[in-house]
Design a protein around this ligand. Sequence first.
Ligand code: GDP
Length: 366
Amino acid sequence: MNQEMKCFGCGAIIQNENEKHIGYVPKSAMNNDKVLCQRCFQLKNYHKLQETNMTKDDFLTILQQIGEKDCLVVYMIDLFDFNGSMIQGLMRHIAYNDVLVLANKRDILPKSVKERKLEHWVRRQLKDQGVQAVDVIVTSGKKSMNFDDIYDAIMEHRKGRDVYVVGVTNVGKSTFINGLLKHYAEVEKQNLITVSEYPGTTLNLIEIPLDEHSVLYDTPGIINESQMTHLLAPEDIKKVVPQGELRPMGFQLNSLQTLYFGGLGRIDYLEGEQSSFIAYFSKNLKIHRTKTIKADDLYNRHQTLQYEIAGIDSIAQMKSYEFRLMPGKTDIVISGLGFITVSSKGGKVRVLVPPQISVILREAII
Ligand code: GDP
């Protein structure tokens, strides 16, 4: 191979031997004078960082290094899976940085919920988690929602400094960066994105120049193992994880009644007066109501329940959570799958989910 051949994206010397090393191009793609290495190719076409070799230590190293810089941190969280998308201990590492929070995937929540209400809800949740933000913007990367506001806020708060975008995987960082670049098409036309290696790691960073002196960096995310998506067959993920607006389904439950969510989780109403349970899940997920006394049997016969989960063939393998409900409105969140808003005078519920999945109670979002 010609030793001088360089990737026209990042300048790395092209090689065909090692896929994990810089400058790799499969032999089959060597049919052009101008060659892009595989990672620049992926970046250009999908604006996607390869995150496969990311470890928790790598991730902490990145956060520590960002914490040592005078920069603006853009922290992306997922409105649909708020707790699952929080980076644990983030503020320990970036206590002195300015943090702009982007609350993404707004399109999944019902349109009827006012943006102001969502923003206030996010601010209260962030406060509970000890995250101090210079600003919070509700967005949908997929729908390019509020991109002008985001752009203005980044420019205002960065005060001439570099910007680092952080978030766990699946919050929608790539979609957002992709959308932002399309939105500012002139940036894309100049082919200004480059990729570099994160110092001290083998991880890639996307660099988008903001002006002559400063850059926006997209950082690799860490996988949150407790997401439902890691437990399902790829073809089922699209059906279960909402791709569009959630469908609310209301039930008046008496005590000792159960709701099943496509066999992926269930809620037993153990004690309390008749109460309203509004389930917010993907419209493809079937919800079954049954008597609690019959519920185990129904699951074990696998009759009407969709989607089987790896490693679970009997209800006894599910993990059980019990919660006391305070009078009023509360959300019971099954991380990454959906949530149920219960309005009651108080009571007791049990939630069964695969052991990897977390369940939390929170202030109602809607
Ligand atoms: P990353 O891992 O943080 O880079 O996330 P991706 O951009 O790859 O997105 C993860 C998943 O979330 C994909 O299935 C996207 O289609 C989806 N997604 C990303 N942004 C949005 C959004 O604004 N709304 C909705 N509904 N889905 C989104």
